[in-house]
Design a protein around this ligand. Structure first.
Ligand SMILES: [Zn+2]
Length: 476
C-alpha cells in the first residue's frame, strides 16, 4: 500500500494524506492551505487525482486547515462518505459555509480590483477583457458537501469499506477532534496506521486529555509545537486575574478579548467563570459578540458529554452564566454597536482572533483610544495581521478607514494553545509499547518537523522522518 503526503508536510496547513491499497483509495483530512498569497494557487492545484476515484474520506477535526477543501472535493466529483465525529459534523455545518462565504467575498473583491484596473488602463472603457476569478467554492457547494457527512461516535469501530476499519479516539484538541486508528487490508496483509490529527494539551479547560494509543505499524504525528513548551495554566490564570482586576477595578475600563470563535471563546468563558468562583476576580458583565462564537458555544454545550468533569460542574447548561453578573450572547448588529458606548466594566469577547475581520474591529476602534481599557490577546498573532501590529507595540493604527491612537493597555495570555507542547507530544508518544515500523512527523514548520523527527530517533530509537510535500512512501 502507498501513502502520499498531500499537505501539512514541513508546514502546518493543508493537512491531507492519500492512502492507496489494492482495491481502495481514501483520504485522511482534506484541509485548506492558509496564510500568504501563494496558498491560493496551492488550494486550486491541491488535487492531483480525480476526486471521483476516492472511495471515502476520514476527517480528524473541523479546523479549516484539515476540512476546508471538502466542498471543493465534492464539487469536483467526489461521491463517497466523509466519516467524522458527531460534534465535528455540527461544527462543519457552521464553519464550511462560513469559509465559503469568505471565498466568495475574496473572489468578488479581486474581480472588482481587476475591473477597476481595466477601467484605468483603457481610459474609462468598462468592458472586461479578462475572465472573472471564480471562488474556490461557493456557499451552495459547502452546503452540498455537508450532505456527504457520516457522524461517528468515539471509540466505536466502523468499516467505511470492506478492506478498511477505523476507530476515532478523543484528541482533546478542539470539540470533536480525533486521533484515528485505521486498519487496512491488502491481500493477506493487514496494517495498522495511526493518524494523530492535532493533539491537545493535557489538563486544559473544557476538553479531555488526548487518548493514549499503544501500538501502530505506521504512525503520523503532528509537531506544531515540537520545539516549544507552553506556559503553565497557573501562570496563565495569574495573568488573566491581573488583566481583569487592573482594568475593571483600578482603571474602570473594558476588557476587549479578540478570540477564535471555536475553542478560545469557550476557554475564556470557562476561565472567567472559574476565577469568579474562586473570588479572584469580581462578578463580570460578559458579552460574546460574534454569531460564529455563539453558534460554536451552543454546539459545545450541546455535546456536554464530551467535555471533562470539571467543566460539567462549572459550566452546567448555561455556559457558566450563574457565575457572571451578566452573560449576553449578542446577535443583533445594533446591539453590537451599542456595546461601543459602554465606557467601563464590560468584558467583550469577539472574533476574529487576529483582529483581521468581524465585529472585533468596532470594539477595537472604540476602546483602543481609551487609556482605561485593555486589549487581551489570547492566541498566536501571525505576521502581517492587525493583532500582530498591536502586539509589536504600534502607537497608532489604521482601522476601518480611521487613524486611531493606541492608548489602551495590552496584555498577552501565554498558555492557551489548542496544541500539545513538546513535553506533551513526547508523553503521548511514550505510550507506544512497540516500535512502529515507520513514523512520519507532519504538521510542523520545516525545521520543527525535521528537528522533532531527529529527536524521536534519538529518544525512542524510532525510524522517524519529516516527509516532503507530495512525497509517497510504500507501506509494506
Ligand atoms: Zn486543529
Amino acid at each position: 500500500m502507498k501513502l502520499t503526503f498531500l499537505g501539512a508536510a514541513r508546514e502546518v496547513t493543508g493537512s491531507s494524506y492519500l492512502l492507496e491499497a489494492d482495491g481502495v483509495r481514501f483520504l485522511v483530512d482534506c484541509g485548506m492551505f492558509q496564510g500568504g498569497r501563494e496558498t491560493r494557487e496551492k488550494n486550486r492545484r491541491a488535487f492531483n487525482f480525480d476526486p471521483a476515484t476516492i472511495d471515502f474520506v476520514i476527517l480528524t477535526h473541523a479546523h479549516i486547515d484539515h476540512s476546508g477543501l471538502l466542498p471543493r472535493l465534492v464539487a469536483l466529483g467526489f461521491r463517497g462518505a466523509i466519516h467524522t465525529t458527531r460534534a465535528t459534523c455540527d461544527l462543519l455545518a457552521v464553519m464550511l459555509p462560513d469559509s465559503a462565504h469568505i471565498q466568495e467575498k475574496e473572489a468578488e473583491y479581486e474581480n472588482l480590483g481587476r475591473f477597476r484596473q481595466g477601467m484605468t488602463r483603457r481610459g474609462g472603457d468598462t468592458r472586461r477583457t479578462t475572465r472573472d476569478t471564480a471562488p474556490l467554492y461557493t456557499v451552495a457547494q459547502a452546503q452540498a458537501s455537508l450532505k456527504r457527512l457520516n457522524a461517528v461516535d468515539y471509540d466505536l469501530e466502523i468499516a467505511p469499506h470492506p478492506q478498511v476499519r477505523c476507530t476515532f479516539r478523543d484528541a482533546g484538541h478542539i470539540l470533536g477532534s480525533a486521533i484515528v486508528e485505521v486498519w487496512v487490508g491488502e491481500g493477506s496483509r493487514r496494517r495498522k496506521i495511526v493518524f494523530s490529527g492535532d493533539l491537545g494539551q493535557p489538563a486544559r479547560p473544557l476538553l479531555r486529555d488526548p487518548t493514549p494509543i499503544f501500538e501502530a505499524d505506521y504512525l503520523l504525528v503532528e509537531s506544531t509545537y515540537g520545539n516549544r513548551e507552553h506556559k503553565s495554566m497557573a501562570a496563565t490564570q495569574d495573568e488573566l486575574v491581573e488583566a481583569v482586576n487592573d482594568t475593571i477595578e483600578r482603571k474602570g475600563g473594558n476588557v476587549i478579548i479578540p478570540a477564535f470563535a471555536v475553542g478560545r471563546t469557550q476557554d475564556m468563558l470557562y476561565l472567567l467563570a472559574d476565577l469568579t468562583r474562586q473570588a479572584r476576580i469580581p462578578r463580570l458583565s460578559v458579552f460574546v459578540d460574534s454569531p460564529m462564537a455563539t453558534a460554536a458555544t451552543e454546539i459545545t454545550f450541546k455535546h456536554m458529554a464530551l467535555l471533562d468533569a470539571e467543566t460539567h460542574e462549572l459550566m452546567g447548561r448555561h455556559g457558566g452564566a450563574a457565575h457572571f453578573r451578566k452573560l449576553d450572547f449578542v446577535e443583533d448588529v445594533e446591539e453590537s454597536k451599542a456595546l461601543n458606548r459602554i465606557t467601563g466594566g464590560a468584558v467583550i469577547i469577539s472574533a476574529s482572533g487576529m483582529c483581521e475581520a468581524g465585529r472585533i474591529k468596532f470594539h477595537l476602534r472604540a476602546n483602543l483610544p481609551r487609556r482605561e481599557s485593555t486589549i487581551l490577546i489570547t492566541g498566536f498573532q501571525a505576521a502581517g495581521t492587525f493583532g500582530r501590529r498591536l502586539v509589536d507595540g504600534a502607537k497608532r493604527v489604521r482601522l476601518l478607514g480611521e487613524d486611531i491612537p493606541v492608548r489602551a493597555d495590552l496584555y498577552t495570555l501565554g498558555g492557551l494553545s489548542a496544541h500539545a507542547d513538546r513535553s506533551a507530544l513526547l508523553a503521548w508518544l511514550g505510550h507506544f509499547r512497540g516500535k512502529p515500523r515507520q513514523v512520519f512527523v507532519v504538521h510542523g514548520e520545516d525545521s520543527v518537523a525535521t528537528g522533532f523527527a531527529a529527536d524521536l530517533q534519538k529518544q525512542f530509537g524510532w525510524d522517524a522522518q519529516a516527509p516532503l510535500p507530495g512525497h509517497s512512501v510504500i507501506l509494506d
